[in-house]
Design a protein around this ligand. Sequence first.
Ligand code: ACO
Length: 339
Amino acid sequence: MIKNFTSKVAGLGKYVPEKIVTNDDLSRLMDTSHDWIVERTGIKERRFIDKNSDEGTASMGVKAAEQALERAGISKDDVDLIVFATLSPDYYFPGSGVLVQDLMGIGTCPALDVRNQCSGFIYALSVADQYIRTGTYKNVLVIGSEYQSGGLDLTTRGRTVSVIFGDGAGAAVLTRHDNLDEGIRSSHLHSEGKHAEELAILGPTTKKWVHELFEDYDPDDKDYHPYMNGQLVFKNAVVRFSEVIHEALAKNGMTPSDIDMLIPHQANLRIAQFVQKKFGLSDKQVYNNIMRYGNTTAASIPIALCEAWEEGLINKGDNVVLAAFGSGFTWGSSLIKWV
Ligand code: ACO
């Protein structure tokens, strides 16, 4: 007889590079200002990897993962599967999941990379949850990590994109749980590929950016840097965030007042505030830390979830909703009854 399980978050971890880059630092590189960035995005500072260091997407993920495992009380040898979400993998191939596996000295467990950008962590969590529910795996290490700063155009030409993004990593250990009323209650995933190139990078890898590779690199060729149709993205984001949160609430017979904590992907504080207002949520029901880290894409939800938990804002029995929207376009939500 197949026994059904659910999955619970047993441990959370995060890591951000030491180097803090303020809005004033960016103003010295491009025509922007602290006030513009704060007013349009809520961001006050972000972390960038020191280019002279050895840090990268996988190695930051390892630091977050080690903290999550320690907090879960689970040895690396008990990890059955690694699911690694990123838009900035160390290489085109292989994926960063296997690099994490090697750096952590984990045996030959499966390692899977998820490439769903800002929705990456929610997609990754849902994959882990499905494997646990079916009894295939017991402990899954889910990581979101991004090294984005190396590929940003930090001149006035790239300012609309570059002031938003930062580097960092977050991780969660998902483990088997027997009480089907607790843990991850549902996941909701969507995508709409017709907007794929509205928020995309069509060029290089994070290890070797194109200007390092080619002498004939043309700084005006937009394919070499991330492109984003900001207003289209914004308009889609507020609609899709709302839809997918509604979907999670409806699936679980809940209303917005049942949400104890909403962790929206940290894309832009104005988007989070719009969603908060739309659902009539109080400040206590929504967690934001974009002011400190900017948009860390697949790492933003696990970093925020970890910090909210560290601050004692998430407790047993709480209904926690995660929601994201980003490049692809992709969007998704997850509703967790915290254990
Ligand atoms: N500093 C100063 N001025 C700027 C800057 C800057 N950094 N960037 C743009 N401007 C100027 C523009 O040139 C423009 O000037 P103009 O009116 O003279 O032409 C003016 O500011 C307004 O520009 P907009 O692009 O219209 O600014 P907007 O209010 O749309 O804000 C932003 C831009 C912050 C990027 C917004 O569109 C946004 O947040 N979009 C959504 C981002 C998002 O959610 N992404 C999804 C997740 S990311 C992922 O999945 C990888």
